[in-house]
Design a binder for this molecule. Structure first.
Ligand SMILES: [Zn+2]
Length: 324
């Protein structure tokens, strides 16, 4: 049996896991990141967390084939360097080599949205019921922001300068909401959970009688990503309008992506994806109405992500398996 270490480096926590050759996560360990420390110290904590996961799996480091790291920021996958990660204060950090010097096994590095996408591709939504393997997938995470990862020909695709695959920063409303990236009207400002909450609040202020007020106890600061979907499910007109606005923005964006890439699978993860079919049903209507592939025999399928927060660790563990 082969085993791989996956390390998910976040702004708050470092999670390490052991994945076997059936792509199952068999043990985990975690530590605080304490961002702001020198990169060398964070790399040491990452290696220690990895060793703790190896121990928790009842294994020795000598039994591990390789390790992979998922990190925020722009990553040079070949040099195994983090070019820039604002929340970790990393600038040209040779993170792969630093962790390799501690673990003495090959260490691969990728962006965390890419490792999460690769995890779903290998072990989650990308696994087909009939056992055949797909080659192309777009994974979209609807969380605090909108993350995305593109798999083409079974490999992570992130562009000429490792700065591509940023689906969340494609504009869907010209002159729309201000995005942190500098543009106005990015998908992220409408379709992240944060964007959904903004839209919910806008509709609540215009509709003082909406059920959404009752659902958040009359306190608009208690609105979350579920408020509008819950109200819509109970027939509230303003709630339905929020859901309609949200799913139309997401539906149009996903049609944009399918018309550009036409992968086998579009995988939707993150907090908002917990709405399941209530989210997918309206998006499928957009796909059926507007995707060019509605005239094709082979059509893109949309699915909910299956691995939850483990996608990043599993994907990181497996990035060394990408075929050239
Ligand atoms: Zn943006």
């Amino acid at each position: 049996m082969k085993y791989y270490i996956g390390i998910d480096l976040g702004g708050t926590n470092i999670v390490a896991g052991i994945v076997n050759e059936q792509f199952e996560l068999i043990a985990k360990a975690s530590e605080k990141t304490n961002a702001g420390r020198p990169a060398q110290e964070i790399a040491k904590t990452m290696a220690d967390t990895a060793k703790a996961a190896v121990h928790a799996a009842g294994l020795e480091l000598s039994q591990i084939t390789s390790a992979g790291i998922g990190t925020p920021g722009i990553v040079d996958n070949e040099k195994r360097e983090v070019i820039f990660a604002s929340n970790l204060y990393f600038h040209n950090v040779p993170l792969g080599q630093m962790v390799e010097d501690e673990l003495h096994i090959p260490v691969f590095v990728a962006n965390d949205a890419d490792t999460a996408a690769y995890g779903e591709f290998m072990a989650g939504a990308g696994k087909m019921e009939d056992g055949h393997h797909i080659s192309n997938m777009l994974a979209i995470t609807l969380g605090t922001g909108v993350g995305s990862g593109i798999i083409i020909n079974s490999k992570i695709y992130n562009g000429y300068g490792f700065a591509g695959g940023e689906f969340g920063h494609t504009v869907i409303h010209l002159g729309g909401r201000q995005c942190a990236c500098g543009r106005k009207g990015c998908l992220e400002t409408y379709c992240s959970a944060t964007g959904l909450i903004t839209t919910t609040k806008e509709h609540m202020r215009r509709n003082p009688d909406s059920l959404m007020w009752k659902l958040c106890g009359g306190d608009i600061d208690k609105v979350d990503g579920r408020t509008s979907f819950d109200a819509a499910a109970q027939g509230d007109a303003a709630g339905k309008a929020v859901v309609e606005e949200y799913t139309s923005a997401l539906g149009e964006s996903i049609v944009n992506a399918i018309n550009t890439l036409q992968p086998e699978i579009v995988c939707i993860g993150g907090g908002v994806s917990k709405q399941g079919e209530n989210l997918l049903r309206p998006i499928r209507t957009y796909m059926d109405s507007y995707c060019f592939d509605r005239f094709a025999k082979n059509r893109t399928e949309i699915r909910i992500a299956q691995l939850g927060n483990d996608a990043g660790v599993i994907g990181a563990a497996l990035i060394g398996l990408q075929q050239d």
